[in-house]
Design a protein around this ligand. Structure first.
Ligand code: MG
Length: 312
C-alpha cells in the first residue's frame, strides 16, 4: 500500500529538492479542493499558480472532491472566480458527478432514484439522464398524509444519499421503506461526517445522514466518493491513468489519504485543512489493522510549498 511507502515510516515532511524529485516522478496530480486549494471562498495562497505551473510542466491535473453541493459547471465558475484560470470541467470529479456516472454506467439503473441530496446531485443526475423521483413535498404536508400512508413509487430502484440541508424525518422514512426491497440499490455520495464552517462551527456531512439511513434500513450504503476507489476508476475510465505515476494531495486522512492508499497512489497531506500532523502520527504509530492506510507518504504545510520546485 502506498501508505506504507518508505519502510512503513510515512509522514515524511518534504522540502525543496525533495518536492521537485517527487513531482518529477509523477505525471498526474489529483487534488482535493476544500482545505487544499481553497477554504470556502478563498483560494489557498499560491494554489492557482501551482495548478498552472503543473500544467505548464506537462502534468495532468484532476480535482477530486466529496463535496456534492454543486454540479461541475458551477465548479468551473468557482475555479475561475478564485483565480484558477485554466481548469476545465472534464478535470473535475465530484461525488455528485461520479454518483450519476455510477448509476448510469455501472448499475445501469432501470428505474428511478430516490434522492436525499441537494441541487448539485440533482443536476448531475439530470445531465447523466438518470431518472429521479420528483418529490412533491407540499403533498406530504396535506391533511391526512403521514408516515402511515404517504405514497411510494414502485419504480424507485435506487436510493442516493448526499448532503441535504433540507433533510427531514419524512425523507428518512421514505428512503427506509424503499430500502426494504433488497433489490433497491443503496448509494452514498460520500462518507464525510462533518465539514468545518467559520467561527468554530461545523455542519453535518453526508456521512451523518447516511448513518441514519443505514441504521433505519439495517443496510450498508455503497460509497461513491473518497475513500472508495470508484472516483479513481471514474477518472481512469476517461483518461489513461497509471497509479504509480499519480499523486493524491489532500487534507483529510480518513478520506483523501485513505483514497490514495486504496488506489495505490503516492499521497501528500497538506496542513491547510481538516487533519493535523498529530493525527497523522497517531495513525502511523497505531497498531490497529488498517490504520496505516490513513498515513500519508508525505506532508507539506501547504500546496504553496510546491511553488519553489515548479518555478525553478
Ligand atoms: Mg478537503
Amino acid at each position: 500500500m502506498a501508505g506504507a511507502v518508505g519502510g512503513g515510516r510515512g509522514c515524511v515532511t518534504l522540502r525543496g529538492a525533495q518536492i521537485r524529485d517527487l513531482l518529477d516522478s509523477k505525471h498526474n496530480v489529483l487534488f482535493d479542493c476544500d482545505g487544499v486549494i481553497w477554504n470556502g471562498e478563498a483560494a489557498v495562497t499560491g494554489a492557482p499558480e501551482v495548478v498552472s505551473l503543473l500544467k505548464q510542466r506537462g502534468k495532468r491535473v484532476f480535482f477530486v472532491t466529496n463535496n456534492c453541493t454543486r454540479p461541475r459547471e458551477n465548479y468551473v465558475q468557482k475555479f475561475s472566480r478564485l483565480g484558477f484560470t485554466d481548469v476545465a470541467e472534464e478535470e473535475i470529479f465530484s461525488s455528485a458527478y461520479c454518483s450519476a456516472a455510477y448509476l448510469r454506467d455501472v448499475a445501469r439503473l432501470q428505474g428511478k432514484v430516490f434522492v436525499i441530496g441537494c441541487s448539485g446531485v440533482m443536476k448531475e443526475l439530470q445531465d447523466a439522464g438518470v431518472p429521479v423521483l420528483e418529490e412533491d413535498e407540499a403533498a406530504d404536508r396535506e391533511p391526512g398524509i403521514s408516515i402511515y400512508n404517504y405514497p411510494l413509487d414502485p419504480d424507485v430502484k435506487a436510493v442516493l444519499v448526499g448532503y441535504d440541508e433540507n433533510f427531514t424525518f419524512m425523507k428518512l422514512a421514505k428512503a427506509s421503506c424503499y430500502l426494504m426491497n433488497s433489490e433497491c440499490l443503496f448509494l452514498a455520495t460520500d462518507p464525510d461526517p462533518w465539514h468545518p464552517l467559520r467561527g468554530g462551527r461545523i455542519t453535518p456531512g453526508s456521512g451523518s445522514l447516511t448513518a441514519a439511513l443505514e441504521t433505519a434500513s439495517s443496510r450498508k450504503a455503497t460509497v461513491i466518493g473518497k475513500p472508495s476507489r470508484f472516483m479513481f476508476e471514474c477518472i481512469a475510465s476517461q483518461f489513461d491513468l497509471d497509479p504509480d505515476r499519480s499523486l493524491m494531495v489532500g487534507d483529510r486522512l480518513e478520506t483523501d489519504i485513505l483514497f490514495g492508499s486504496n488506489c495505490g497512489l503516492s499521497t501528500v497531506l497538506t496542513l491547510t485543512g481538516v487533519s493535523t500532523l498529530e493525527e497523522a502520527h497517531r495513525y502511523r504509530d497505531s497498531e490497529e489493522p488498517g490504520q496505516k492506510d490513513c498515513v500519508p507518504d508525505y506532508v507539506v504545510e501547504s500546496v504553496a510549498d510546491f511553488l519553489e520546485a515548479l518555478e525553478e
